[in-house]
Design a binder for this molecule. Structure first.
Ligand SMILES: [Zn+2]
Length: 286
């Protein structure tokens, strides 16, 4: 699974607009470029380059700018906050050269935004993938298989929406009302469960500010080669989270005493035999 997008690459076309907005917000507050730089822990040169549209602030910078100015990040990216996410999504589609994907994503976001946000039952802040998965399982008091992954996502305030994507396995989008996971409804159920867990991992591990897309099919890294924005570390962490969430170590060990058959265990945990095989190897049970 697959591509990680930073706002930085998406922003490059709008770099002048972003620069103008930074200057505007700074001047409204009566700060010099040097003062703003000081608040951000950056150099005055960096600020002047941004404002002149010579360089785009990175995602970290945008997060800091939003904090220092006390505005939402969308306010820096576009004048019209309501339009900013679709704009970003369209830019993603342009980068992978797929107009169909742009339409898919826009429709998806419109539908997702209209869904009621689930109540947040658990605030999960784990250090790494495994700790975060175990913290969520503990908070939800899950001790048996199969793990109810959709309910766990909702309990974290994340809506899950199945969608007829062409070349997307799954994605997670941060909307003003909370995050939404999209999962390709054409995949096998067990693959969908793994994708939901994978995307929930990206969300809880804070891998992306606005959105993260895992491409499949013709746009998958296997088909297109590695994209420069591809972040193997985050993908591994999201997969690690998913394995730990869907196949909790303690529950696997208990069930393994009853049967060592990979297919039986896969059925019990409602995961693919391949995923279960990996898990047993990782837990050194085979
Ligand atoms: Zn991913």
């Amino acid at each position: 699974m697959l591509l990680s997008w930073s706002a930085g690459s998406v922003l490059s076309e709008n770099v002048e607009k972003v620069g103008r907005r930074i200057r505007e917000l700074r001047e409204e507050r009566g700060w010099t470029q040097g003062e703003l730089a000081l608040f951000l822990g950056r150099t005055q040169t960096a600020v002047s380059y941004w404002e002149a549209g010579k360089r785009a602030p990175g995602l970290d910078d945008l997060v800091d700018l939003a904090r220092v100015f006390a505005v939402p990040i969308s306010d820096l990216i576009a004048q019209d906050a309501a339009r900013s996410l679709p704009t970003l999504l369209r830019a993603v589609a342009e980068e992978v050269d797929s107009a169909q994907l742009g339409k898919d994503l826009e429709r998806f976001v419109a539908k997702a935004a209209a869904m009621p946000s689930p109540q947040i039952l658990w605030q999960i802040n784990g250090a790494g993938a495994r700790d975060t998965a175990e913290a969520l399982l503990a908070a939800a008091a899950v001790t048996t298989a199969p793990v109810p992954v959709h309910a766990l996502a909702e309990g974290c305030g994340v809506r899950v929406l199945s969608w007829d994507f062409a070349d997307v396995d799954g994605l997670v989008v941060q909307l003003p009302e909370g995050a939404v996971i999209g999962v390709n409804e054409n995949q096998y159920d067990r693959r969908q469960r793994f994708t939901v867990a994978h995307e929930l991992g990206h969300h809880l591990l804070s891998h992306a500010e606005s959105f993260h897309v895992d491409f499949g099919g013709e746009l998958s890294p296997a088909a297109t080669g590695e994209h420069p924005d591809y972040n193997w570390r985050n993908e591994r962490a999201a997969n690690d989270f998913a394995a730990n969430l869907l196949m909790p170590a303690a529950v696997v060990r208990t069930e393994f005493t009853k049967t060592a058959d990979v297919n039986e265990l896969a059925d019990l945990f409602d995961v693919s035999p391949a995923a279960m095989g990996f898990r047993l190897t990782n837990l050194r049970l085979r």
